[in-house]
Write a protein that binds this ligand. Structure first.
Ligand SMILES: CC1=C(CCC(=O)O)c2cc3nc(cc4[nH]c(cc5[nH]c(cc1n2)c(C)c5CCC(=O)O)c(CCC(=O)O)c4C)C(CCC(=O)O)=C3C
Ligand SMILES: [Fe+2]
Length: 345
């Protein structure tokens, strides 16, 4: 796939044993002003699972699936993997690429939306890793936010249908769809995407999340009521973040007589810790207390449509800075960001 000679999967990283939990959290939150209590609390989420975040194994599975898909379609690119916050660190992967003679890399982040946390920070970490490795480091082109790609949307549609099938038959038709994404500070949300576009108070991030919720719900048929909710808020209470929180919303929905909910983690790419704890433990407990039947759809993970999307986006990125395959009504996110895109001012 010219002009590239390697593919890179770039992810968040996570600990895989108890002793790694605190050093991992220190890496994630360095210089970010997260209260100590929040860190201790999040540490407990990981300890509940013996310090093992599912995200690294999910990346290994995705790497294997991408390799198999590339092989099956004659895409002759080696597949590398590097993380922002834990081993294998991106800089180590870039060092390995230098040893292997790699010159030009096309990269996909395990994050589908525009915002500082979900896009700009990946670009910054690429720059940092390349600077650390030095002048021999390959060029690395990051693929655009791909929220509106049919491969991402179709994977969510399939997984949501499977989740609805797990509800009691008599409640399925009336189930409310709650599309859940990571909350971010309002200032970060407002600054997400291209600063010249007006995406409303939640910026491109919230607009893209709303668009994917609409696209998935439409494709399901069935006329389900749906809305976007947020999870995993951190930071001081004085700072505004995107709302409503999923647990608060469940309380209100129960009061309104809603009896069944399907949660779709459309803000995420795999069922990592933010999904396993904040949804499967915390939101599930809230729903149980309220007498709501809650099922949770899987994130895209290694769904074949999502894996094939990676190959299509590699080709798209190789050919042009302009994305061509997108379902949304929004201005598509370009492959190359302006200097102010997703930058908090
Ligand atoms: C938008 C977004 C995504 C989705 C896009 C993407 O996937 O990239 C995401 C993913 C993830 N977030 C993760 C973990 C954490 N995020 C934290 C903190 C924060 N996340 C933020 C945003 C996001 N986060 C923000 C604005 C903060 C506040 C601090 C800051 O401004 O940076 C903290 C610190 C403790 C806390 O504050 O909760 C942890 C431990 C893991 C790994 C899970 C695992 O181990 O399986 C994953 C995939
Ligand atoms: Fe996060």
């Amino acid at each position: 796939m010219r002009p590239y000679d390697a593919f890179l999967l770039m992810s968040f990283g996570g600990p895989e044993k108890n002793d790694d939990v605190i050093p991992f959290l220190e890496n994630v939150t360095r210089g970010r002003g997260i209260p100590r209590e929040r860190l201790a609390e999040v540490g407990e989420h990981y300890f509940l699972f013996d310090g093992v975040s599912p995200i690294n194994q999910q990346c290994r599975d995705l790497v294997a699936a991408i390799r198999a898909d590339f092989d099956a379609h004659g895409v002759d690119l080696p597949v590398y993997w590097g993380n922002r916050n834990w081993d294998p660190y991106l800089a180590d992967t870039v060092r390995q690429m230098v040893k292997d003679g790699v010159r030009r890399v096309v990269a996909l982040a395990t994050s589908a939306y525009s915002s500082y946390s979900s896009h700009r920070q990946y670009l910054e970490d690429i720059d940092r890793a390349r600077a650390e490795v030095g002048p021999d480091a390959p060029e690395i082109d990051l693929i655009r936010p791909y929220f509106d790609h049919p491969g991402f949307v179709d994977a969510l549609v399939d997984h949501t249908r499977a989740a609805l099938d797990r509800l009691p038959a008599d409640l399925r038709g009336e189930a409310r769809l709650l599309y859940s994404a990571h909350s971010i500070p309002m200032a970060m949300a407002r600054a997400s995407g291209d600063p010249r576009a007006d995406h409303g108070p939640g910026g491109a991030y919230a607009a893209q999340l709303a668009e994917v919720a609409r696209l998935v719900t439409e494709r399901l048929g069935g006329g389900h009521d749906y809305e976007v909710v947020y999870q995993s808020r951190s930071g001081p209470p004085s700072q505004p973040w995107l709302e409503p929180d999923i647990n608060d919303r469940l309380e209100e929905l129960a009061a309104d007589g809603v009896r069944a909910v399907a949660v779709v983690p459309h803000g995420f790419v795999s069922d990592h810790m933010e999904v396993k704890y904040d949804l499967d433990v915390e939101a599930a407990q809230t729903a149980r207390k309220l007498g709501i039947h809650l099922v949770r759809a899987h994130a895209p993970g290694t769904h074949p449509a999502f894996v094939a999307m990676v190959r299509h986006l590699v080709a798209e990125r190789a050919e042009s800075p302009v994305p061509r395959t997108g379902l949304s009504r929004l201005t598509p996110a370009g492959h190359t960001c302006g200097p102010d895109c997703c930058r908090i001012r």
